[in-house]
Design a protein around this ligand. Structure first.
Ligand code: AMP
Length: 290
């Protein structure tokens, strides 16, 4: 699993990264931790970064890109990693794309922890109190003044990465306002969904095959139906034939009846003309008497 955790300071990236490390046995790469170690060891990078970090500003891109590039080359990276706090700017994200491409490493997802800005100050205050209680040295940039500067730098430099990774279809957003346990559960759930086998993409060849299967089925059904129909239709055809014959006979009979009617009509005409003729004769006789 190769992930990036994205979110403002106090969103819980470090806490969640640690939990994912324990669960998946992968390495957490926190540029903040590496820089703090460099500051403590007073390396040239540490000396360069010390004051910048104390002010809440961002260390130059080339420094952090160099640190990450070296770290990705180490053998323990093979099982996967979680980048926490890197990339923090679009040029860092573009440089990371290049590095991963060169090293033939595929990034699985970018998990954004979305939080309410108003909750961040109290979260950082809690973190400071807990560190003090454990007897740990408190970070010099965990003060309300420096936090507001770090938040401003998140908004202007890091937030554009949400768009950057969403355009590349890598972004998964999780509600970072839930409890630590719930956030871990949600991240685990979406990561499991991500690694679940996906339905195969519809290539033109696959589409054609599916279409052929679809048309083949109805055709076979049609053929079976027409055979059934044919066998059912056979006795019907016999019946229809005899009906037709009967019909024809009936028609013929009706025609016969018609002929008789015609004869009756003719007879009636003859009778009528006879009466007319008789009446005409009578009329001539009467006129002659007068
Ligand atoms: P963090 O522990 O991630 O909050 O980082 C602490 C400080 O280290 C930041 O405020 C920056 O000054 C510096 N830093 C960590 N990561 C980066 C980075 N990717 N780019 C620039 N500066 C960084």
């Amino acid at each position: 699993m190769r992930l990036i955790l994205l979110g403002p300071p106090g969103a819980g990236k470090g806490t969640q990264a640690q939990r994912l490390v324990n669960k998946h046995g992968i390495i957490q790469l926190s540029t903040g931790d590496m820089l703090r170690a460099a500051v403590a060891a007073q390396t040239p990078i540490g000396l360069q970064a010390k004051d910048i970090m104390a002010s809440g500003a961002l260390v130059p891109d080339e420094i952090v890109i160099g640190i990450i590039s070296d770290r990705l080359d180490q053998p323990d990276m093979k099982n996967g990693f979680i980048l926490d706090g890197f990339p923090r700017t679009v040029p860092q994200a573009a440089a990371l794309d290049e590095l991963l491409k060169k090293k033939h490493i595929k990034l699985d997802a970018v998990v954004e922890l979305r939080v309410n800005e108003s909750a961040l100050l109290s979260r950082v205050e809690t973190r400071v109190a807990e560190m003090r209680a454990r007897g740990q040295e408190v970070r010099i940039d965990d003060t309300p003044e420096v936090l507001s500067k770090r938040l401003a730098s998140y908004r202007t430099s890091t937030e554009p990465l949400i768009h950057y990774y969403s355009e590349r279809r890598k972004l998964l957003t999780v509600d970072g306002m839930m409890t630590i346990e719930e956030v871990t559960r949600e991240i685990t759930r979406i990561l499991a969904a991500l690694s679940a086998p996906k339905p195969k993409a519809a290539t033109p060849a696959r589409k054609a095959k599916a279409a052929a299967r679809k048309t083949a089925k109805p055709a076979a059904k049609k053929a079976a139906k027409s055979t059934k129909k044919a066998s059912k239709a056979a006795p019907k055809a016999g019946k229809a034939a005899s009906k037709k014959a009967k019909g024809r006979a009936g028609k013929a009979a009706a025609a016969g009846r018609g002929k008789t009617a015609g004869k009756v009509k003719k007879g009636a005409k003859k009778a009528a003309s006879k009466t007319v003729r008789k009446a005409a004769k009578k009329g001539t006789k009467k006129r002659a008497k007068r």
